[in-house]
Write a protein that binds this ligand. Structure first.
Ligand code: NAD
Ligand code: ZN
Length: 248
């Protein structure tokens, strides 16, 4: 781990009165959730088509079989790791004002973070494709697929953003506002390739934010936007950063 960069990042956080974290799949890898891309990536084992919205409507049972395996059997057992905990502690200490996450795994909530913009929705919630009734996972039986709405009998969909769908309006507006206000943005574990989410970093930068990046390797942001790059695992870097800032 690069201690000098972490110290510089801590200094920036201490000077900032509005810090935003922007997180991607990498922050949850140490919780046992594989990222989408790369060697152990989810898409080496599943066809991304099952998460395409038109395909889902045309083949709900087939899509749901894959969705259940990826997001409920597999993601369901994951617990927040020290990276999620560190962000929750920073927020509680008044040192982090918002999290914008591309993740749908609910782990920031489970860690205790409060102000979270879920850019791509949340897998623990489901929505009726006809009457828009909302359900939490615990209210829905996934033994028989596809699951249907208790009120109108229509197909239920996980309340996360499928390929071909728009970003939920409130999460989008909140993310843009937080990015515009950010004096520091801490970008964690994302390739920076998924748009419009990745655009939040350029919004922050163009409004004067300093960009701190935590990743195992460089991303689409590194050369263009990043002021301080900290190479290392999120679960090791963020607790160390939080300790430096909160102990100061
Ligand atoms: P990605 O899967 O494309 O890339 C993961 C990134 O995390 C890479 O840059 C990698 O170097 C980095 N990384 C891996 N392990 C790390 C660690 N321990 N510490 C720090 N960094 C680490 O992810 P993406 O760019 O976020 O884009 C994929 C899209 O799919 C996003 O919308 C993403 O949130 C979603 N997705 C979500 C989940 C989830 O909810 N946990 C899982 C997979 C994909
Ligand atoms: Zn319904």
């Amino acid at each position: 781990m690069d201690n000098l960069s972490i110290q510089k990042a801590a200094d920036l956080l201490l000077k900032s009165s509005y810090t935003v974290a922007f997180t991607g799949a990498g922050i949850s890898v140490e919780s046992g959730i594989p990222p989408f891309r790369g060697e152990r990536g989810i898409w080496n084992r599943y066809n991304p088509e099952v998460l395409d919205i038109s395909y889902f409507y045309a083949h709900p049972t087939e899509s749901w079989l894959a969705i259940r395996e990826i997001f409920y059997d597999f993601f369901g057992k994951a617990k927040p790791n020290p990276a999620h905990m560190a962000l929750a502690q920073l927020e509680a200490a008044g040192l982090l004002q918002a999290i914008i996450t591309q993740n749908i795994d609910d782990l920031h909530q489970q860690a205790g973070s409060k102000r979270i913009f879920e850019f791509h929705g949340n897998s623990q919630k489901l929505v009726c494709t006809r009457c828009t009734a909302h359900y939490t996972l615990t209210d829905v039986n996934l033994e028989t697929l596809p699951p249907v709405c208790a009120k109108c009998g229509s197909l239920l969909k996980p309340n996360f953003v499928f390929f071909g769908e728009g970003i939920p309006e409130q999460a989008y507006a909140g993310s843009v506002e937080a990015s515009e206000n950010a004096q520091v943005m801490v970008v964690v574990g994302t390739t920076g390739e998924v748009y419009p989410a990745a655009g939040m970093v350029s919004i922050a930068k163009s409004h004067g934010a300093k960009i701190i990046e935590v990743n195992l390797e460089s991303s689409a942001f590194t050369n263009q936007f990043t002021d301080i790059f900290i190479g290392g695992k999120a679960g090791e870097v963020l607790p160390k950063l939080a300790r430096l800032v909160m102990g100061a």
